[in-house]
Design a protein around this ligand. Sequence first.
Ligand SMILES: Cc1ncc(COP(=O)(O)O)c(C=O)c1O
Length: 463
Amino acid sequence: MKGLFIFGEIKDVRQSGKKFSVRNFCFSLLQKRAKYFSGRNLVCFCMLFIFTSSGLLMSEGIPLKRLNDFAKKIEQVRSEEMGYPVNQNTHLKEFYEWYYKSKLYNVSLNNVGDPQQPSIYPMNTHEFENEVIKFFAPLYGFSEEEAWGIVTHSGTDGNMHGMYFGAKNLLGKTKQLPIVYVSEEAHYSIKRIADLQNLEIRLIKTDETGKMIISEFEKALDPSKPALVVIAMGTTFKGAIDDMEAIDEVLNRKKPVAVFRHVDAALFGGYLPFTEHKKLVDRRVGHFDSIAVSGHKFFGFDEPMGIFITTKEVKDQTNPFKVSYLNEAVPTITCSRNAISALKFWWKVKKTGYEGFEQQAKAILENARYLEEQLNKIGYKAWRNPYSNTVYFHRPSDKIMKKYALAPEFDERLGGKMAHIVVMQHNTRKFLDEFIKDLKAEGTPEPSHLMEKDVETKPKHWH
Ligand SMILES: Cc1ncc(COP(=O)(O)O)c(C=O)c1O
């Protein structure tokens, strides 16, 4: 009887032309059938109505329970994540509150075009993007007059612009495509981009710390061809910084026909300018032509983004492809660009400021030093490069690797299987202590086990 009654009700809601939802269904029950219910049943239905109206179960066809479960799971994983260079302290609540109040979710924004040129398309945040670049350019040694830059989709997008602008710059000057020189421990995006641009790439051997071996660079350098040198400012696994001064010395002595230096400072470019080691990312010292930094790594954003900075002179060497409907001002690789990320970056710069970033940089470096000490104290062989927040060590059990989302690596010179922790703002001392406690309970790994090579998953046709 009850089943038939509810079935009839669902049919009624469907036939009423309203979209079927638990909310509409309950509403209809309450409106039309309240008279059939005893007081207790009515209370139950009222509660169901309030529950569903509040959007906890279902909102106009969106299964909110599934989404809420997912969000809960992510929140749990968040605090234990320490194998990747991402600051999970995003602190964007106020931004989203403002965004919601401003009703900007009603419009589609797009930063297409050159932010420094007037745009025919008005729905952009170029003015905020320019202020972000204005804040960072001097921190990397670019003068306000010479600097040109954008808020990118990611660190890789910044590398893409650096290598594309670099290659076109060198081609324009010499009528020859350059050879790319980069350390073999640099991020794989450099190889990907060289592959994409059909550029010859020479991978330079690294020492045990992950730094490019300068004598190997000198051996590989072909002075008859233009050189596109990509400098690793913090390699992904060991956090090594290539010696820019030594690279410069070789370039000045060997004198290739032309040189372009791009710095991949995805993570380190975020914090180094706020430390006493700021000279390492200063173009007036390192003579680089462009730099790429990720936004979601040190700065802590809830989605990938980054910054790319070069000079106006370099930018002007690229082909704008005369897009008349966009004011002939599109030097960027992608047409559409994220306007909200520029707005968020601006918000974060205003909210945190130089001193805020300075404190965060200090904290992650101190905590990284602490972690290295604690690991060595319990007999876990651990290393850390100077100026680095990345601690690498002999690989623990699979259980620990999984629990803390640690990234694996293999280096025979250091004993074989390795793991690393990139100490970010959300990795507190308390949390690092818990990690150490887990490792201590497990004991140090067997040297013979560490030397067992990881299974190669590379298909045969890759090279
Ligand atoms: C050294 C280095 N360069 C580039 C990247 C790529 O940055 P993104 O993930 O922002 O594209 C990474 C990412 O981990 C990196 O470690």
